[in-house]
Design a protein around this ligand. Sequence first.
Ligand code: SF4
Ligand code: SF4
Length: 233
Amino acid sequence: MREQPPVPPLFPATFLNEAGLNRQHVFDLAQLPPAVRQTLGDGEGYRQLILIGHGGRRLWECIKASGIGGEHPIDQYTLQTVTRWLAAFLPGRPYRILYPGEQVIGLQQLGRLAGWHRPSPFMVGIDETWGSWFAYRAVVLVDSDFQPFPPLAGRDPCLSCQSRACTAACPAGALAGEFSLAACVAYRLGTNAACQFTCLARTACPVGSEHRYDDAQLHHSYALSLRMIRQFY
Ligand code: SF4
Ligand code: SF4
């Protein structure tokens, strides 16, 4: 009788889900488009790329409970959690955490391949389940052999949106045609701008609104982006 090929192990998601890192996608490195593979650097010794994200509020709740503070609590918590997960479920397997880190990684490009990313008018990814309330948290090269995930199916909610509530809510008119980064930045840099620490367009979108980040998380994320804007403009 011919020997059956071994069944790939199931992806152990529970630990990550409970820790708030509740979106994952496994790619076989060999199946990634060469242009994407190139952006990952040396893939020698690794078979898979694992994309980890979060959706909704749980991650922030877990971070608060962990007591991690400082300037980049999300990255710190993510690194700590992913490292623990790797030690527990892939002990001894070589890995390299590409993100968070110094390397520039095309997160939205990976999100598109995973079926997570559809661009909203305000340029943040959106999907039917989470709305725009999800983000990429870690990218890991690892010598694992999980069953690779198929891309997530789903509609682009913006295509059938009648209200265009996001466009109407933007006080800078930045979404009136093609997204105008210049208009958004100029508005946010103004004194007393209403969206220094939020994006009114994003919060106006009804899709996935039950997953909207709480005010503290919004303030944290948009304070970081405002600081970057101030550095560059
Ligand atoms: S309000 Fe409509 S067009 Fe705007 S992001 Fe939401 S679904 Fe898309
Ligand atoms: S941050 Fe403010 S100005 Fe920029 S797109 Fe969002 S609502 Fe418009």
